[in-house]
Ligand binder design. Structure first.
Ligand SMILES: Nc1nc2c(ncn2[C@@H]2O[C@H](COP(=O)(O)OP(=O)(O)OP(=O)(O)O)[C@@H](O)[C@H]2O)c(=O)[nH]1
Ligand SMILES: [Mg+2]
Length: 314
């Protein structure tokens, strides 16, 4: 089943962002460094397309550094796009970020022309944490679950820089299935909107391919090569998740362990996508959408023909 999560407060947040953008100089779009493409909100891209934007690949402390470097090069190879990688442990992210904002809007940033910046992105990616870190105060509420910030919040950073925190937003239809699973694995999706076992299996299938060593180091599985995702999940359950009566593995518990370990970085620094891979997933999703549309149209024509035939007979 595809992942979709667009609760009411996000629709409201979308409208508020649209209204706010008129007076904004720079949009900081916060992406998850482990899944930069999956975490890029096409709805934000659409409503902010005429604005100068800076991509911040956050939580880089959890992502595979070599893959983050590939993504940064990839973004920077697109004209007019600036991208930096960050994480909450960085002592003074403000300096780097403010420099990037001032570079992006060189005619702003004075008392009579303050620089107005909005930070937006998916839920739970670390927007409010960054705002607190930049301001040196705990102004914005943060928390380890999606949907903490519910409304926009304005923070005067200095007399010259005004910053807006916004609620995390997903979008009404996630077209690329792998993107939905990656968002869910990262912790951006509400618990009620996903099946943990399904998300854990998708995550394991990817990790088996790229990070077998890390999986083995964490769960002591042995030779993972040739093992299926469900076999690895069962092994993890056997070793860590407890057993159900009758000797069965508690798969739900095993799935929760895998997701919690991924989110906290307990398996090491892992990334869930590479640029070329993302392109292929996106292409396949577009093709699937075209096929679905053609099937729908064929069914409609068939229905019409049947109705016409029945009418003729009468
Ligand atoms: N490892 C790691 N964790 C981070 C980082 N930044 C934030 N977090 C954690 O991620 C969780 C979410 O942080 P928030 O700042 O509340 O995220 P948000 O984007 O404001 O979330 P919403 O308000 O729900 O949209 C918290 O548990 C933070 O401690 C980071 O760079 N690295
Ligand atoms: Mg927040």
């Amino acid at each position: 089943m595809a992942i979709q999560w667009f609760p009411g407060h996000m629709n409201k947040a979308k409208k508020e962002l649209q209204e706010r953008l008129g007076g904004i100089d720079v949009v900081i779009e916060m992406l998850d460094a482990r899944l930069p493409a999956s975490s890029a909100n096409p709805m934000i891209a659409q409503i902010a397309k005429r604005k100068t934007s800076i991509k911040v690949l956050n939580k880089q402390d959890l992502a595979d550094p070599a893959v983050t470097a590939i993504w940064l090069n990839w973004y920077r190879s697109h004209p007019g796009t600036s991208a930096i990688a960050l994480d909450a442990s960085e002592k003074s992210p403000s300096q780097r970020l403010i420099e990037a904002c001032l570079d992006a809007a060189p005619n702003r940033g004075s008392v009579d022309k303050p620089l107005r910046v909005v930070i937006c992105g998916i839920p739970n990616v670390g927007k409010s944490t960054l705002i607190n870190s930049i301001s040196g105060r705990r102004i914005a509420k943060t928390g380890n679950e999606p949907g903490i910030t519910k409304g926009q919040q304005r923070i005067m950073l200095t007399d010259e820089i005004e910053l807006f925190d916004t609620p995390g937003m997903l979008w009404p239809k996630i077209m690329v299935p792998q993107g939905g699973y990656n968002l869910a694995a990262s912790g951006a999706v509400g618990r009620n909107a996903m099946d943990e076992e399904e998300v854990a299996l998708e995550l394991l299938a990817y990790l088996i391919r790229y990070y077998a060593r890390e999986l083995d180091a964490r769960y002591n599985i042995g030779d993972i090569a040739g093992m299926q995702d469900w076999q690895v999940l069962e092994q993890i359950g056997r070793k860590r998740g407890g057993m159900l009566p009758g000797g069965r593995v508690n798969i739900q518990k095993a799935s929760e362990i895998v997701l919690a370990d991924f989110r906290s970085g307990a398996m090491g620094r892992l990334s869930l996508e590479r640029p070329d891979e993302w392109k292929a997933w996106e292409k396949a999703a577009k093709e699937a959408a075209v096929i679905r549309l053609a099937e729908k149209e064929a069914a409609r024509l068939e229905r019409e023909a049947r109705v016409a035939k029945a009418a003729k007979r009468r």
